[in-house]
Design a protein around this ligand. Sequence first.
Ligand SMILES: [Zn+2]
Ligand SMILES: [Zn+2]
Length: 244
Amino acid sequence: MRVYTLYHRPHRGATLAACHVGIHTHPHGTVVVLTEPGDNPGISVTNAVEQIAAQVAMMDELDPAATVWIEHYPNRHPPGLEDDSTFDETYDLVSFSWEMDGTGRLVPSRPVWKRLDAETAYRLMIGEVWIDPANAEATVLCPRCAVCGASISPDEVRTPCAGGCGAVLCFYCAISGPRCLGCAAELDRQPDEELPDAWLEAAYEDRHGYPDDERDSPFEEQYENSYVDDYPPGLDDACDIDDW
Ligand SMILES: [Zn+2]
Ligand SMILES: [Zn+2]
């Protein structure tokens, strides 16, 4: 994420205006948040949004087809008007028509504002959802890869975890292993979980002189009779205690 304050003038001689710019870069595109500073002395971000977008797009070399613009007004209630919703925090998606000007530069015009709820705006910023800048109607989910944490863009391959947990993996992580970290760890644990059984079988054979699965064999009696020692394995010297 890149943050800076952009100073701009709508025309020569106008008061210098300020706009806070936050640039969030994701594999599927860039989300630019233009925030109106509470103490902005000049033209508002709303009234200069085309000029600001043009300047940011040029400076940050943004691709209009892969950039979503959000206009943001923080809470700005004047004293005594704490309950007036006019001054609540707002987020608006701003869509532009981008056209080439005489110098070959893409310039935005005809801004269209669409109110966003704070949660959608936040999820756009962190890369969890995406909105096609050319068709701002619906948000698309960009789930995070359960291994590397990168958000998986709508046109990218997403592989369900082979452990069946419902998580998804990005293309690159799925190549190196089909499971999420949790399911891979679960798979690694299984040999350990088998250990008590193997240990019990060995202990049975130790005690009875024949393996558990030959319990019903014709040799059972023969084995049974050969059993003499009652000491648990490894404690054959326990009779030392008699010396006391
Ligand atoms: Zn990944
Ligand atoms: Zn999993």
